[in-house]
Design a protein around this ligand. Structure first.
Ligand code: FAD
Length: 340
């Protein structure tokens, strides 16, 4: 039977032989979407060489097929080379939908690919679905500075392209028994003008890994100043987590915007979220509501954050946070999990 639709492409971003988790999150979402597109399949697109284990993992994570575009020159991300390779693959295999992670790399690449293909791209989506009657991809994202949610369709051009921020979609647990096919494209880059030379690769180590931290201790206006984050950092480090912040704390200049959680910051789903001196505005809550356990510390017993908190502590964070750190440290020392 002829497929009624093209397939869903998911770009697999990798570094040093490891895929970025957002690629698996997108594969999970693509599995969801493909149920609503009769005859379509989910294809992971992997660029580079020596990436057999990444290809296999893509199948375990939900891909029906992996398009392995094999060329050593694609092992490191070079925007114009990746653009050429992906545009050619799209022209050859005609996907219906193309999903890319909204990472630094993905944001740039998606724009370049969409421009060359003259198709639409919705950047930074927070929701994806298939419209049942038209079978179009409905791409939802915040707009007007986060005050409105817009759902965007791309009816006339293909593929329908979207980028999605890391941590927004849920990855599927890997299933090592899942079977799929790896299509190897021995790829030769066309003669293209060399636009840049790579002298040295320096991994970004300062990137705040909030989306994947199991514990996030976040501070808001109640922290009182940049030095107030010190006690939050101590607690976060003890619990193997990261610190986060509300927009008010970021806007006050107390902490960099990489740490901002919420509608215009990062969406996170840690096991434990500790909100310190954060009132619980809707724009903040939208970024944390998937956390497994939410603890709120606030001097105001009527603060809205207590409505969504699993555990609420009414008190001054400058006293409560050090007391919690002390108690956690004592317990962890007793269990031999930290050194006294
Ligand atoms: C379009 C748009 C997008 C936005 N996006 C985001 C976003 O992504 N993320 C985000 O966070 N916000 C966002 N906001 C801002 C949001 O509306 C709130 O203004 C912001 O979250 C408030 O931050 P806050 O809770 O730190 O500050 P406040 O609302 O001022 O709350 C401070 C809290 O600290 C408590 N407190 C004070 N002292 C102490 C103490 N010593 N101990 C304990 N508690 C104390 C107070 O009781 C109070 O509840 C956005 C707003 C708009 C309009």
């Amino acid at each position: 039977m002829m497929a009624k639709h093209g397939n869903i492409f998911v770009f697999v971003e990798h570094y040093n032989g490891h895929a970025h988790p957002v690629s698996w999150e997108l594969l999970g979402k693509a599995r969801d979407l493909v149920q609503k597109l009769e005859g379509s399949e989910v294809w992971a697109v992997v660029l580079g060489d020596g990436l057999d284990s990444v290809c296999e993992e893509a199948i375990h994570r939900g891909a029906d097929k992996v398009l392995y575009v094999k060329n050593k020159e694609l092992n490191e991300y070079i925007n114009y080379k990746y653009q050429k390779a992906l545009v050619e693959m799209v022209k050859k295999y005609q996907p219906e939908i193309f999903l890319i992670g909204a990472t630094l790399e993905g944001r740039e690449l998606a724009g370049m690919v969409a421009t060359e293909l003259q198709t639409g791209l919705t950047a930074d989506c927070t929701g994806l679905d298939i419209l049942p009657d038209k079978e179009l991809l409905a791409m939802t994202r915040p707009t007007f500075g986060g005050n409105l949610m817009a759902t965007i369709m791309c009816p006339d051009h293909r593929p329908q392209m979207a980028t999605v921020r890391p941590g927004v979609m849920k990855e599927l647990p890997p299933d090592p028994k899942r079977k799929g096919e790896i299509i190897v494209e021995e790829y030769h880059l066309p003669a293209i003008e060399k636009l840049l030379d790579i002298l040295e690769l320096i991994p970004v180590t300062s990137e705040v890994n909030l989306q994947y931290a199991p514990v996030v201790v976040a501070g808001g206006k109640g922290v009182g100043g940049p030095e107030g984050f010190k006690i939050l950092r101590e607690l976060a480090q003890l619990l193997g987590g990261e610190i986060g912040a509300s927009r008010a704390a970021v806007k006050a200049g107390w902490i960099s915007d990489e740490y901002q959680v919420g509608q215009t910051g990062k969406t996170i789903r840690p096991v434990l979220y500790i909100a310190c001196g954060i009132s619980g505005a809707v724009q903040h809550v939208v970024g944390i509501k998937e956390s497994e356990i939410i603890v709120a510390i606030n001097i105001d017993e009527n603060a809205p954050i207590f409505e969504i908190a699993d555990i609420g502590i009414v008190g001054d964070l400058h006293r409560v946070v050090p007391a919690l750190t002390k108690k956690f440290r004592e317990r962890l020392e007793k269990r031999g999990e930290v050194k006294a």
